[in-house]
Each structure stands twice: as C-alpha cells, then as structure tokens.
Design a protein around this ligand. Structure first.
Ligand code: ADP
Length: 495
C-alpha cells in the first residue's frame, strides 16, 4: 500500500500556513507537517524523509533557498517548491537554478495543489526509474559474476556475411576466464579474431548457422578447438546474428570411456576364447572316453568267464566311472554351447515348447508316476531350443527330487511389469535356504550320485539360458515342502 505523501511546509506565518494547509487538505493530502523556522525545519528533516517540501521564500532568520540546500544535501530526490509573497524574475531564476521544482505565489495559492501534485508525481516516476536502473545494475553484476566465475567455458560470436548475405565466417566477441583457460590462449588473442584466422577455416560454421536459423541449440563433441582435448560444445542463439557456446572439457571422461570399451572388448575376447576352449576340450574328451567305455564293455563280454568276482567288480566300477565322465563331458559341452551357439530368437508359443519338454521326459514321467499341470503360457520371442532345454531341466529336477509322495509339477506364468515370470513348482524334498543360491553354480550338487543321479550342471545351464534372454532365475523353497523355481523373460524380447 502506498503511504500518504508527507508534506513538509516551512512557513513563519501561521495564517499563511493555515491557508496552504486548507488547500492541501481539500486536495486529499493529510500528512502535513509545519516548520516555522530553521530549527524546527532541521528537526523535521531529522525525524523522517518528506515526500515534498513547500518552502517560504523569506523568513526572519532563514530563507527558502537555504532550506532547499539543506533538504537536497540530505535527500537529493525530494522535490521542493518555493512559495513566495511576491516573486520577481530574478528570484524566480535563482530558485529554479538552485534546484527548486517549481514556485508558487501566495496570491495565487490555488496553484499550490496542482503544482504539488505534479511534483509528487514526477518524484515518484524518478524514484521508480532509479529502482529499475538499480535492478538492472544488480542483474548485470550478477550476470558478470556468473560469467567470470562459472567453470564452463563461455564464448560469444558474431556471424560474418558476404556481399550476398551468406554467412561465411564468424568472429569471437567475448569469452569468459574458464574458456580462456580451456583453450589456453589469452583473451587478447581471441577477441575480434575470425574462426578462419584462428583455425584455418570457419570451424563448425554449418552447425552455428543452423542454430541461428532454427533458434534451437545443438550439442556436439569437438577435438579441434583445443588440440589434444575433447570439448563438449553446446551452441545457442542469444542475439540477432550472434550465438554463444558453452564448452565443457570431457577429455577425461572420454579417456575413461575408451578404456572401458577396450576392457569390454578384451573381456568379450577372452570369454570367447574360454568358451571355445571349453567346447573343444569337452568335445575332444568324448572320443577317448568312448574308447574306454567301448573297451570296458568288450572286456565284460569277452572275458566274462575268465574273470573272478573281484575283477568283474573292478571292471564294472571302471565302466561306471567312464560312463559318468562321459555324462559330465556331455553336459559340459551343452553348457559351453549355450553361449557359443547363438541361434537367432524367434516368436514361439511357450505352451507348445513346454509340451515338447514333457514329451522328451515321458519315460521319466511314466516311471515316477508324475502328474504335470500346465497353466496358460504366453507367446514369446526366444531361442526355442534353449527354452525347451530350460523347461526340461527344471521339470526333470522337479520329478527327480521328489519326496515320499508321487511327484506333482505345476508350470505357470504371470505378468509383472515389463517381464513374464515363469514358475515350475514341485512337491519334492525342497532345498535348505543356505544352498538356494549355490545350486545355480556349475558342479554344485547337494546329494551323492548314488542318491540322485546327475552332474550338477543342469541349473548352471538354466541360468545361462535365462540370462541370455535378459532374465533372472531363483528358487523359493522350504525343505520337505517342495520348491518353486522362477525365471523371468523380458516382454520386449532380446535379439
Ligand atoms: P543335477 O540335477 O544334475 O544334480 P542341477 O544343476 O540340475 O544338477 O541341480 C543342482 C542341485 O540342486 C541338485 O543336485 C539338487 O541338490 C538341487 N535341486 C535342483 N532342483 C531341485 C528340486 N526341484 N528340488 C530339490 N532340489 C533340487
């Protein structure tokens, strides 16, 4: 809310003051203070800043012009009006020269109000203008502080056109200290210099012209502005025909990225080598193992009559050992194939793939009298052969590790956000919580081969298959109550 203007009246005559006051009150000005001499005038100034001063030209011990000087010393922007009994041309000139806003003759006191009003209005306008200027100065100071203390390099440029108005070059008009440091050149070597002079050609001109034409900023990486450094440059228009760039030194980040890429490539290479090795080793091991098994069988057949019971047992042990080694090698081969044999993914009906897995397991299902329940399953983009192997491994385990009651296996699937969550649930012996992670590692088994047959590779294969499809695999189980194996497949698929 605007305060009422405070009008300070210097007047030695009470009746003249009353006259002036009446006029002012009539015009709605209520806050009027009377000073009758020099002392009370100074006191009034000390109390508070007036909005305007109406000054009698001549008083016994004082005069209007001196009062005005006192006022202006203290409050330079407060307007003052000289009020006088009679005013000659000289006095009028003197008062205006001394800085009075206006003067009024006492005979013509009805002018007092409009003159006061106008002076107040002008003073208010002056005050508002000064406020705007002050704010402008402040914001300029803030901008300059930002410009000079910011860590990003800022540079400003002006487009240069040829006679046909085609942009052909640009010149630098300002840079901040950060940019100076970034390019390692003093301001003086850069300001006013054209890009062609600096780089031998108008570097990135096309991009900057586009920025000016579209009004949209662009970002790009540069290695020429400061040789040996990678700068991330964002360019944006800021005035007609002028654009600014913001530069961030990303050399270090780039080096890290390159190192990381290099490492990833190395890792992929060594991984591939390892897979190749596992594949070749397991593949080549099969041959000698086949020979051992073959000759053991031959030995059993040919020399059956000539061997005593102990020797027969030894031969049987050797044959079993060789058979087991063959199973291990076969599974190992399978395991190494998951990563190395990359078939393309295709859309498949998971119900169909699950039924295929059960057909492959029909012997086991029949022998164990297992009941298999399958809920509705979605169509997915997968490696079909691997999906059958995955389901087959999980269903086979669910049957194999059964408890006293006949095995029951439930296969189901639900949606969860961006993925499908499959579940193969059994009513078998269950798994101790402390083993629930370990079983997905290669060769990790919780039982002897005599108890439950197997190589301990099945779940490791499952994990590889699931991960190749961008999913996770885990088990939830309580010993004696059965297990639920879960795995996820990304809805969008992975190519
Ligand atoms: P394998 O079945 O050849 O032993 P896996 O890698 O398939 O190897 O399984 C590793 C171990 O995890 C198994 O030896 C078994 O102890 C445990 N396991 C796997 N599936 C089940 C299940 N459905 N119920 C209980 N234990 C299981």
């Amino acid at each position: 809310m605007m305060m009422d203007p405070r009008v300070l009246v210097l007047e030695d005559s009470r009746s003249d003051f009353e006259l002036a006051r009446r006029e002012l009150v009539k015009a709605g000005l209520r806050d009027i203070e009377w000073a009758r001499d020099r002392g009370s005038f100074i006191e009034a100034l000390e109390r508070a800043e007036p909005s305007i001063a109406l000054l009698d030209h001549s008083l016994p011990d004082f005069d209007g012009i001196s009062a005005m000087r006192l006022l202006r010393e203290r409050f330079p922007d407060v307007p003052s009006i000289i009020v006088s009994g009679a005013i000659g041309e000289e006095i009028a000139i003197e008062t205006m020269r001394a800085g009075a806003t206006d003067y009024v003759l006492k005979d013509n006191i009805e002018r007092l109000v409009p003159v006061t009003r106008r002076a107040l209005h002008e003073a208010e306008q002056l005050r508002a203008r000064k406020e705007v200027e002050r704010e402008l100065l402040e914001s300029r100071k803030r901008y300059e502080l930002l410009f000079s203390s910011i860590n990003e390099g800022i540079s400003m440029h002006e487009l240069i056109h040829d006679a046909d108005g085609v942009p052909v070059d640009y010149r630098t008009i300002n840079i901040n200290p950060a940019y100076e440091r970034m390019i390692d050149k003093p301001r003086g070597d850069v300001i006013g210099v054209t890009a062609s002079a600096m780089f031998g050609r108008p570097l990135h001109l096309d991009r900057y012209v586009k920025v000016m034409e579209t009004g949209e900023s662009v970002s790009f990486e540069d290695t020429e502005i400061r040789p040996g450094k990678v700068l991330l440059i964002s360019a944006f228009p800021f005035e007609p025909m002028r654009f600014a760039t913001l530069a961030v030194d990303i050399t270090y980040r780039k080096e890290l990225e390159t190192q990381l890429e290099e490492r990833a490539r190395e890792l992929a290479r060594s991984n591939e080598e390892l897979q190749q090795f596992a594949y070749v080793a397991s593949h080549d091991l099969q041959e000698p193992l086949r020979m051992v098994t073959g000759y053991m069988t031959l030995l059993q057949k040919r020399c059956d009559g000539q061997l005593d019971d102990q020797a027969k047992e030894y031969v049987r042990f050797a044959a079993e050992g060789a058979a087991r080694a063959r199973d291990l090698v076969k599974d190992l081969l399978e395991y190494s194939r998951v990563g190395s044999l990359q078939r393309p993914m295709s859309e498949a009906n998971m119900e169909h793939l699950c039924d295929l897995a059960c057909i492959n397991l029909r012997e086991q299902i029949r022998e164990e009298g297992a009941a298999i329940e399958r809920g509705p399953l979605p169509n997915l983009v997968v490696d079909e052969v691997q999906m059958v192997a995955l389901l087959q491994n999980l269903i086979s385990n669910a049957i194999k590790f059964h408890g006293p009651s006949p095995p029951r296996v439930d296969i189901s699937c639900r949606e969860d956000g961006g993925e499908w969550v499959f579940c193969v649930k059994d009513n078998g012996i269950g798994i101790e919580p402390s083993y629930q992670e370990r079983i997905f590692q290669i060769f990790q088994r919780l039982h002897g081969v005599g108890e439950y047959p197997g190589t301990g590779i099945g779940l490791a294969i499952c994990k590889r298959i699931v991960e190749r499809h961008g999913g996770r695999i885990w088990v939830e189980s309580s010993p004696g109550e059965g297990s639920s194996f879960f795995f996820t497949v990304l809805k969008s698929g992975r190519s």
